[in-house]
Design a protein around this ligand. Structure first.
Ligand code: ATP
Ligand code: CA
Ligand code: CA
Length: 411
C-alpha cells in the first residue's frame, strides 16, 4: 500500500518536468493575485486565467525552462479560502516554490493520481481526474460557504485548483496532455511521527491492508496505511470524552451532510495517531531531544495560524481550529474529559468523486463482464449514513490503546 514518506523528485526524474511546471505556474499565478481583496461575486467562482510559459518569457510570464500552459481556476476564491484557513500568502509561496524539489509519494492509488509534498511537508499536490476538477468547480460555492460557516470543518482544505498543459510523448507521438491538480493541506505535521494511520470508509469490502511484518521490521520507511478491517480487527477506536466527542461528531455530521448533498461518495476519514509516551520512549532510546520539546515550535505554527485581514492583506488575528489546537491535532480524552497522551490528526479526504461518475464506471465494468468487487457505488446518502455511523460507533472514551503491543506499528 501507499507509503507516506516519498521519493525526492529531482532533475532527471520522469515527473520532474511536470512538478517543475506545476510549481512555476503556481508561483506566477499566486503572486499575480495580491491586490486588495474585494468581496467575492458569483463571477469569481467561474473565473479562469490562462498563462503561457516558454523559454523566452514575456511581460506576463517569466522565462521558464520548459514550454507549457497554465490555467488557474477561481484564483480569488482560493485566495480567500487560504486566508480563511489561516495561511500567510508569503509563506504559501515559499513552501511551494522555494526550491524545485518535491517529494513524490510511492505507488499512487487505484485512481492513478500522483501526490507530491512541498519541501516542508505542509502541502500536498494531488493530480486529479477531469471529472473531479469539474466536481470541485461545480460545488466551489457550497464548499466556500461551508468553510466560512464551519471554521472547524474536517473537510480537506483546498488551496488551489490548476491545470497544466504540456507536450508529452506518447507512442512516439508528441501530444499535448492536460493535467489537473489541487493543492491541499497535509493532515499530518512534519515534525511528529504517526504511530498508526488509518483510511476509513465505513465499508468492509476489500478494506484490509496486508501488513508485511518482515518489511515492517527492516524498513523504517514502510508505514502502511491501514483500513476499516484492520481497524475492526485491532479493536481500534477514537478515545474522546463526552465534550470532545460531541464536538467531533457534530462537525462530522455537518461535513458529511454537505458531501451527500453534493452527490459525493468514496471519501475517507484519514486518521493519524501519535502516541506521546511512545515517542518520548523512542527518543530517550535514540538519545534525541524529546518529541515534545522539539515539537513545540513547529506546533505553534501548525495549529494556530494568522488570519489575514481581508482589507489590508495583513495577518490581524489568530485562526484557531478546534481539531488542530494541540501540535496541529487534538488530544484524546477519557470519560471525564481529561487529556490522554494520544494526539489525533483527522480529516475527510478524497472528497471529489461524483456518484454519477462511479455509477457510469460500474455499468461500464459490468458491461465488460467484471464482477463488482472493485467498485461498489451506493447512493451518496447511504454512503454518508454508513460512513457516519461507522465513525460514531468507533468513538468513545474507553481506555486508550497501547501502541507498544500493536504488531502493525513499527517498533
Ligand atoms: P483511491 O481513489 O484509490 O482511494 P486516490 O488516488 O484518490 O486513491 P486518496 O484516497 O486521496 O488517493 O489518498 C490516498 C492516500 O494518500 C490516503 O489514504 C492517505 O494515506 C494519503 N493522503 C491523501 N490525502 C492526504 C492528506 N490531505 N494528508 C495526508 N495524507 C493524505
Ligand atoms: Ca481514497
Ligand atoms: Ca479517489
Amino acid at each position: 500500500d501507499r507509503v507516506l514518506i516519498g521519493n525526492k523528485v529531482s532533475e532527471g526524474h520522469v515527473n520532474f518536468i511536470i512538478a517543475y511546471n506545476m510549481l512555476t505556474g503556481i508561483r506566477v499565478a499566486v503572486s499575480r493575485c495580491s491586490g486588495i481583496m474585494k468581496p467575492l461575486t458569483s463571477s469569481d467562482f467561474s473565473f479562469t486565467k490562462k498563462l503561457a510559459f516558454d523559454y523566452h518569457g514575456n511581460e506576463l510570464t517569466p522565462s521558464s525552462q520548459y514550454a507549457f500552459k497554465f490555467k488557474d481556476y477561481a484564483p480569488e476564491v482560493f485566495r480567500e479560502l487560504r486566508a480563511m484557513f489561516g495561511l500567510d500568502p508569503a509563506d504559501y509561496l515559499v513552501s511551494l516554490t522555494s526550491k524545485y524539489i518535491l517529494s513524490e509519494l510511492h505507488s499512487p492509488g487505484k485512481s492513478g493520481s500522483f501526490f507530491y509534498y512541498s519541501r516542508d511537508y505542509r502541502y500536498i499536490i494531488k493530480t486529479i481526474h477531469h471529472s473531479e476538477h469539474l466536481h470541485l468547480r461545480k460545488h466551489l460555492n457550497d464548499y466556500y460557504k461551508h468553510v466560512k460557516e464551519n471554521p472547524d470543518t474536517l473537510l480537506c482544505q483546498f488551496y488551489g485548483l490548476h491545470r497544466i498543459k504540456m507536450p508529452m510523448s506518447f507512442q512516439n507521438k508528441i501530444k499535448h496532455r492536460k493535467i489537473y491538480f489541487i493543492v491541499m493541506n497535509n493532515l499530518f505535521p512534519p515534525h511528529l511521527e504517526m504511530h498508526a494511520t488509518y483510511d476509513l470508509k465505513g465499508s468492509t469490502w476489500g478494506r484490509l491492508t496486508k501488513v508485511d511484518l518482515q518489511k515492517l521490521k527492516n524498513d523504517s520507511n514502510y508505514k502502511p496505511v491501514l483500513k476499516d478491517l484492520n481497524w475492526i480487527d485491532e479493536h481500534q477506536h477514537i478515545s474522546l470524552g463526552p465534550i470532545k466527542r460531541q464536538k467531533f461528531l457534530e462537525q462530522l455530521r455537518k461535513d458529511v451532510k454537505l458531501l451527500a448533498k453534493l452527490n459525493t461518495m468514496d471519501y475517507s476519514l484519514l486518521i493519524g495517531i501519535h502516541d506521546i509516551r511512545k515517542a518520548s520512549r523512542d527518543s530517550a532510546i535514540s538519545g534525541n531531544v524529546s518529541d515534545e520539546e522539539s515539537g513545540q515550535e513547529a506546533a505553534s505554527n501548525s495549529g494556530r495560524e494568522h488570519r489575514i485581514d481581508l482589507n489590508t492583506n495583513k495577518p490581524n488575528s489568530v485562526v484557531s481550529h478546534y481539531f488542530k489546537e494541540y501540535e496541529g491535532g487534538f488530544r484524546a480524552s477519557d470519560k471525564d474529559n481529561k487529556d490522554l497522551n494520544i494526539i489525533y490528526y483527522v480529516g475527510i479526504i478524497d472528497c471529489l468523486t461524483n456518484y454519477s461518475i462511479i455509477k457510469k464506471l460500474e455499468t461500464f465494468w459490468r458491461g465488460l463482464g467484471h464482477d463488482l468487487k472493485v467498485v461498489s457505488a451506493i447512493p451518496p446518502r447511504d454512503y454518508a449514513d454508513r460512513f457516519y455511523k461507522f465513525i460514531e460507533s468507533s468513538t468513545d472514551a474507553s481506555p486508550q490503546k497501547q501502541y507498544k503491543d500493536n504488531p502493525n506499528v513499527r517498533k
